[in-house]
Design a protein around this ligand. Structure first.
Ligand SMILES: [Zn+2]
Length: 95
């Protein structure tokens, strides 16, 4: 049986799509990127438009992705990612 897989942008390991968290870059209402940062938000329902990236629900993977600037690369967006909402989703989802 074929299970779709995705690659985590943090640790670069592949996992079942169901086990990975989809994240997207949140751009404000105007559709314009404001300033030199962008917010990375979790797409829990997997329905947000735009280019998504996938990662484990793991703070280590988030940190690795941030360190390697994988968010900007995976989401095709320039600037520095704001990870507050994502961090909250990951740490708040715990056990
Ligand atoms: Zn990972």
């Amino acid at each position: 049986m074929h299970v779709p897989t995705r690659t985590c942008i943090g640790c670069r390991e592949r996992g079942a799509a169901t086990e990975l968290l989809r994240v997207v870059a949140f751009i404000d209402d105007s559709g314009e990127q404001v300033g030199a940062t962008f917010a990375v938000v979790p797409d829990l329902a997997r329905k947000l438009p735009g280019r998504g990236a996938w990662m484990h629900r793991d703070p280590a993977c988030m940190a690795a992705a941030a360190r390697r600037q994988a968010f900007a690369r995976a989401l095709r967006i320039a600037g520095k990612p704001q990870l507050d909402a994502l961090a909250e989703a990951i740490t708040g989802a715990g056990s």
